[in-house]
Design a protein around this ligand. Sequence first.
Ligand SMILES: [Zn+2]
Length: 306
Amino acid sequence: MRYKAKITFHLEPTKVSLMLRHLGFKEIEDDTMQVVNVYTDVKEYLILLDVLQNNGIQYSEKTSVVYSKKDLDEAELLVMAPYHYCGYPQPEEDNGYKEFSYDMDSVCPTCSQGAVQNNYLRVKKLKMEKYQISALHWLYEFVVTEELKKLLEKSNLSGFEFWPLIDYKRGIEYEGFFQLKVNEIMPPMNSETLIVPAKHVNSCECRKRGYILEGQIKYDRKVIDSIKDFNKTEEWLGGGKTTWQKIIVTKKVYELFVKEKIKGIQFYPIIIMTKIIHLNCDYLFTLFIERNDKDRLIFKEGVHCQ
Ligand SMILES: [Zn+2]
C-alpha cells in the first residue's frame, strides 16, 4: 500500500519548467496551473514540497491510497467499485428514472434516500466499449455482457441475479446486456471503520444521507462465514444528494475476475478484524488484529476480571 499525492499550484511557465525538469516531473506546457502526481515515499515529493514552501507558493494537496497486487491478492473481502461508466438511467430529468425503476414508498420521507429498485432500469445508449462490466452513473449498479453473465452463471458464486435492461428509446429489452443485481445485505461494518459526516450536507437521522467513508472498510471476521459472494453494504455512503450501498465481494469473485481478465471495475481490500479473548489470566484482554497489517496488534481494551 502506498500513498500518492496530487499537488496543484500556480507558477509562471518558465519557472515551472526549470523546477519540474530538475525534479524529473513533466510540466503542463503554456499553463500557469500545474498538477504533479507523485508517491509520498520518494525524495522528489519532499523536495517539491520544500521548494513550494520555501518560495511561498500556494499549493493544494490531495492524497489517495494505491494498493499493490499483493494487497489485493491477500484480501479476504474486497470492495468492487466502478471503473468505467456506460450510461445514465432514464429519464434523466428531475431524477425521473426513480419513478420508473424504484419503489418511491421505500424511501426515507426526510432525505428521500434508500429507494429499493422494483423495475428494470432504462438506458438511452449503452457505451460498454471494450469492457465486459461497467456501471451506470448515479446508481452504483453494474451492467454486464452476455459473455460475463454466462461465466458468472457457470461459477459457484452466490448473491446475484440478472435483470434485463430496457432500451429507453425503443422500449424493449437490450440484447446481450444485463444488470448484475445484488440483493444481499452485509452485516454492519466494524465500529472502527471511519464513517464521518460529510461537509456542507445535512445528515439525516436514518443515516442514509450525509455520511462518507474515510479510509478502509473493516468487518469482523465472524461475518465472512455467513455472507454471499456478492453483497451490498448495510451503510449508505456518498454524503450528498444521492447515496449508495457499496458492493462487497469475496476473494472468489476477485480471483475469477483476475483469472478471466475481466476489465471495467476496480477492487479495494477490506480489513478483517479478528477478536481474541484471553480468559486465563488476571485480566480480560480484547485484542484486534488487522490482518492486512500483520505486524500490528492493536490493543483495544483491557477489563479486569474481578
Ligand atoms: Zn433519511
